[in-house]
Design a binder for this molecule. Structure first.
Ligand code: CAA
Length: 257
């Protein structure tokens, strides 16, 4: 298997995944997406991993789908594209992903960033959906997740003009939650992931699922899901431990049960 990802950890419950295709600004080809889907599937099964930090290089988080590879696929090839399976697998990951973003975050790169649960970006990051310049449009959630992240007006401007926005603008619009100096993004994202990794895993997992529901259901359905998830957690040992630790004024020791 080609080595398009660098893996570090898990340390303190956090697995760090670094996209590593420097010659193509981390353009997302089938092999890279496949590796990522596989690593996340195995991280999902590994109790030692409670959160993931996903990052790229200083120059690019990812500059989009691999255009040269895409050029080889015609309409029928696109219908059969294995990358769709990989994207779906990435979206299914049940643990939190914190993205540490620098540089070009374009097209599929921006779409990948939007698969993360929390996004921290360096001051020089650039976010965009430039597919329109290629005579195509976003195909991995760029029209749907971007509208939900930044609102209809800015998403429409970005998708139809193809022009990128700065990290500052992305922060104002709600696409990212924090800006750091570029050299500190990974450190900050790791600190956030480590904080999450200390929490009760089942509570984190259900909270992530409920937060996702907020984006794809009506309010009444979302509230019902939240109530059910909240109720399910009442049956966990970690809830008992969390409440007991509070009452005994000590730090909770969560076990994931
Ligand atoms: N696919 C394949 N190769 C890419 C790439 C991509 N998306 N982006 C960059 N590269 C390659 C370049 O071809 C170049 O390779 P060579 O050195 O072999 O020529 C190398 O990475 C470095 O790139 P540049 O020389 O172009 O670097 P730059 O600093 O001058 O420009 C850039 C950087 C503005 C990001 C420019 O590379 C660019 O515009 N890239 C394409 C961005 C894009 O259109 N992304 C959307 C792709 S479509 C998509 O993502 C569909 C989807 O929704 C799933």
């Amino acid at each position: 298997m080609p080595n398009l990802l660098q893996l570090e950890g898990p340390q303190r419950g956090v697995l760090r995944i670094t996209l590593h295709r420097p010659e193509a600004l981390n353009a997302l080809n089938t092999a890279l997406l496949g590796e990522l889907a596989e690593v996340l599937a195995s991280a999902d099964r590994d109790d030692a991993i409670r959160a993931v930090v996903l990052t790229g290089s200083r120059r690019a988080f990812a500059a989009g789908a691999d255009i040269n590879e895409m050029a080889e696929r015609d309409l029928v090839g696109m219908l059969d594209d294995p990358r769709q399976r990989h994207w779906a697998a990435i979206a299914r990951f049940s643990k939190p992903i914190v993205a540490a973003i620098n540089g070009f975050t374009l097209g599929g790169g921006c779409e990948l960033a939007m698969h993360a649960d929390i996004r921290i970006a360096g001051e020089d990051a650039k976010f965009g959906q430039p597919e329109i310049n290629l005579g195509i449009m976003p195909g991995a959630g760029g029209t749907q997740r971007l509208v939900r992240a930044v609102g209809q007006a800015l998403a429409t401007q970005m998708v139809l003009t193809g022009e990128p926005i700065s990290a500052r603008r992305a922060l104002e619009a709600g696409l990212i939650s924090e800006i750091t100096q570029p050299e500190l993004t990974v450190e900050r994202a790791t600190a956030i992931a480590e904080r999450i990794a200390e929490k009760a895993p089942l509570a984190v997992r259900l909270a992530k699922e409920a937060l996702h529901k907020a984006l794809d259901t009506d309010l009444a359905t979302g509230l019902r899901f939240e109530r059910h998830a909240f109720t399910v957690l009442a049956g966990t040992a970690d809830r008992e431990e969390g409440i007991k630790a509070f009452q005994e004024k000590r730090r909770a020791q969560f076990t994931g049960r």
